[in-house]
Design a binder for this molecule. Structure first.
Ligand code: GDP
Length: 535
């Protein structure tokens, strides 16, 4: 008897539903093709909601994120949502992330809610800064990574060189699942390593975006592709020789990566990528909870808030908490408990968020994402459960590198100012630091990227009616400290100690690393714990 058969009927349901879900995100450097790939994935799979709602960039067809003036005027996406595709028998949840590096903390939180990531590389550029940063987060969380080398239809680097770069620079053992035939810029097609099947790449006349995919057997391909074929076959032999094969357990442990070559724009190799997510990406697994144990997916409902976003719907000015289901079956209307406050939480208005569209969500399983509108007090990292208390480990914030004092332009709007700052803090738009010295009217905002400040200024004025002045401080480095260390730290110049509103931890900020090291030399016993670095 399998273990599933020994479970009660609903648990069997939950186990089966969880097993067919793949929840993942795409990490990449801007311009590597994330939006294009997302659209291509949706095109190949059956996007469950209406077509046209799929995420895209401002100015492009299928635009989803024109909700905020700032996004529109700057051509960046700040919001993110969830896309859902059905592909064969699996259900794919693609958690979208904002494209700009300044919002990498937001991406990090989204990565806390996925079971796998696609690392998207531009074939001409290989590993770029933002990819490396986000890869580090995947490594930190042990997230399995599938590599997709994009833009193979145009001049790029040698495939072996790219694999070497992945191995040397980030220590992931690459295992190519397919292999390109033809040099960069003269792309002929892809050989599937497992079956030896060759899929020819044919440019579609008239600039149509979808490439023709013609499957050709090896002997015909050898005759027709000549030296390009021979070169690819030699490289494949080399790969076999060095044993560049996929080790599934190493992949799941985050140390080996299946690699696929392709081109998102002409939709070539995208289907193979979907099949790889289906076959290799892990389904939702038991999650460590506060008890030090792992909570099985079949346990009663529990979920974690990984994102809080306001203002997505201008008409309603609402605030949506995104919750990843970690265990159990969610049913709309069920009453949940908010672990941090112990307060009950109604779920009558649970939603799915697809691009900019939303619809009522009745049932959800592990791996799915629930949107709960207008939930007061939910912040990133919070756990929700049904009966027996559960607490998932918090999602730690990034180390901020930019700091600015915020003040209301108009003293008469102190109430709106306080409310706005509190709400943006809860959403994790910036970290809010306070100290007795600076007082409540002048909190210090801490960020990873300068655009976060712009978002705060924009939203404080537009949403809360409390325009602010921001004065930058020349601190660059932050460490977590404790009450004992705070005294000596606060007495040094170039150092200031704050309480972080979100979690009450004490944060020491320094003008630069040199100052930090000098203080360390002077007081070797102080607590100065690094935070998760964004760099
Ligand atoms: P993002 O910033 O990562 O979302 O990148 P985009 O999806 O906006 O793509 C950046 C640019 O690369 C756009 O001009 C795309 O048309 C182009 N692009 C994306 N994928 C491919 C591809 O496979 N081949 C080619 N030739 N261009 C691509």
């Amino acid at each position: 008897m399998t273990s599933a058969e020994t479970l009660s009927a609903p648990a069997t349901d939950i186990a089966r539903e969880a097993a067919r879900r793949r929840t993942f995100a795409v990490i990449s450097h801007p311009d590597a093709g994330k939006s294009t790939l997302t659209e291509a994935l949706a095109l190949h799979a059956a996007a469950i909601e209406e077509a046209g709602a799929v995420h895209g960039k401002a100015g492009r067809k299928g635009v989803a994120s024109d909700w905020m003036e700032m996004e529109r005027s700057r051509g960046i996406s700040i919001t993110s949502s969830v896309l859902r595709f059905e592909f064969d028998d699996v259900l794919l949840n693609l958690l979208d992330t904002p494209g700009h590096a300044d919002f990498s903390e937001d991406t990090y939180r989204v990565l806390a809610a996925v079971d796998a990531a696609i690392m998207l590389l531009d074939s001409a550029k290989g590993l770029e800064a933002q990819t490396l940063k986000l890869f580090d987060v995947c490594r930190h969380r042990g997230i399995p990574v599938i590599t997709f080398v994009n833009k193979w239809d145009r001049p790029g680097r040698e495939p072996l060189e790219l694999l070497d770069e992945v191995e040397q620079r980030i220590g992931l053992r690459p295992a190519p699942l397919n292999w390109p035939v033809g040099v960069a810029g003269d792309f002929r097609g892809l050989i599937d390593r497992a079956s030896g099947r060759f899929t020819r790449y044919t440019r579609t006349p008239g600039g149509a975006r979808r490439a023709e995919a013609e499957v050709v057997d090896a002997s015909r391909a050898a005759a027709e592709e000549g030296s390009a074929w021979t070169a690819a076959v030699e490289e494949l032999a080399l790969l076999d020789e060095i044993g560049a094969d996929l080790d599934l357990s190493l992949f799941h442990a985050g140390s080996c990566t299946p690699v696929l070559f392709g081109a998102a724009l002409p939709n070539f190799g995208v289907r193979e990528l979907l099949a790889t997510v289906r076959d290799l990406a892990p389904p939702p697994a038991p999650r460590p909870d506060g008890s030090g144990e792992s909570r099985p997916v079949t346990a009663p409902f529990a979920g974690q808030v990984f994102k809080v976003q306001a203002g997505m719907d201008r008409a309603h000015r609402d605030r949506l908490a995104f919750i990843r289901v970690c265990s159990g079956r969610f049913e709309r209307g069920m009453s949940l408990v908010h672990q941090r406050t112990g307060r009950p939480l109604a779920t009558k208005y649970a939603q799915t968020v697809f691009g900019r569209d939303r619809s009522t969500l009745d049932v959800a399983y592990p791996g799915d994402v629930i949107g709960l509108p207008n939930t007061v007090g939910l912040t990133v990292g919070d756990t929700l459960y049904v009966k027996t208390p559960v607490v998932f480990p918090p999602i730690p914030p990034f180390a901020p590198e930019l700091f600015a004092v915020a003040r209301a332009k108009d003293n008469g709007r102190a109430k709106q100012f306080r409310r706005g700052i509190e709400q943006l803090d809860g959403e994790g738009v910036v970290q809010v630091l306070r100290s007795d010295v600076r007082g409540d009217q002048a909190p210090v905002l801490a960020a990873v990227g300068a655009l976060q400040f712009e978002v705060v200024a924009h939203r404080m004025a537009e949403e809360f009616g409390a325009a602010i002045d921001l004065t930058r401080l020349d601190y660059t480095t932050a460490r977590i400290t404790d009450a004992e260390s705070a005294g000596p730290l606060g007495s040094r110049s170039g150092v200031e100690v704050f309480t972080r509103s979100l979690d009450g931890s004490l944060i020491a900020v320094f003008t630069d690393k040199w100052r930090l090291n000098a203080v360390r030399r002077e007081f070797p016993d102080l607590t100065l714990t690094p935070m998760l670095a964004a760099e």
